[in-house]
Design a protein around this ligand. Structure first.
Ligand code: CO
Length: 211
């Protein structure tokens, strides 16, 4: 009997064939280097794959994913991805993409213990505390969860702007826009939250860094 994972290798064979039929130099071109215009910071959730939902191909998006699309300023993994994307690849846009029904965000709204991951969820709980007045006023738990997902994305957009990596790019007049989006699992639609950050003055002055 065929093991479930073997279907992935079969799919890959088919995919390689299809790509070669469409463009015989597809892999040769990609192997020469990457020049993506976008950095995507999204949730690890299997239902929110960056390329498929944006109709993009390999080579177009540099991707970092973690539980609940967090920008934690002491996370070496995220900082390394950000540094490489901004300083070397010189991406023009960073998209923080959350999604309604995010398990990490909803877990952070409750009190249940999940083990090690609670330390990660703590960062999301801090976001709740910053926005507790607005969130506590929403009586429907489902609606509160949806809004929490949105404000979490907005906070991560802010957190990107606070990094020296992003601020130094702005100080050098390198074009770099940060966007906050939310994906709806129920209909597949991406929503722009219009929290676009393009320069240091979009941040509170306490976070401003000098050159
Ligand atoms: Co999620």
């Amino acid at each position: 009997m065929e093991k479930s994972y073997q279907i992935l290798l079969k799919n890959n064979e088919n995919w390689v064939r299809e790509q070669n039929e469409k463009n015989p130099s597809f892999f040769e071109q990609l192997s020469e280097g990457q020049n993506p215009e976008y950095l995507w910071i999204g949730c690890s959730d299997s239902r929110v794959p960056a390329n498929q939902i944006t109709g993009t191909m390999p080579g177009q998006i540099f991707v970092h994913r973690n539980i609940a699309n967090m920008v934690v300023h002491s996370d070496m993994n995220m900082l390394s991805v950000l540094s490489y994307a901004v300083e070397v690849l010189k991406v023009k846009h960073i998209i923080v993409c959350g999604h309604y029904g995010c398990g990490g965000v909803l877990a952070a709204m409750g009190s249940k213990q999940f083990g090690l991951i609670d330390n990660w969820l703590r960062h999301i709980k801090d976001v709740y505390r910053y926005h507790h007045k607005e969130l506590d006023a929403i009586s429907s738990e489902e609606e509160r969860g949806r809004r929490f997902v949105e404000v979490n994305v907005m906070e991560q957009v802010h957190d990107l702007g606070k990094t020296s990596i992003v601020q130094n790019a702005w100080l050098k007049n390198q074009p770099l826009h940060i966007h906050g989006w939310v994906y709806d699992l129920k209909d597949g639609v991406l929503k722009d939250l219009n929290v676009s950050f393009t320069c240091t003055k979009d941040l509170h002055s306490v976070y401003h860094l000098d050159q």
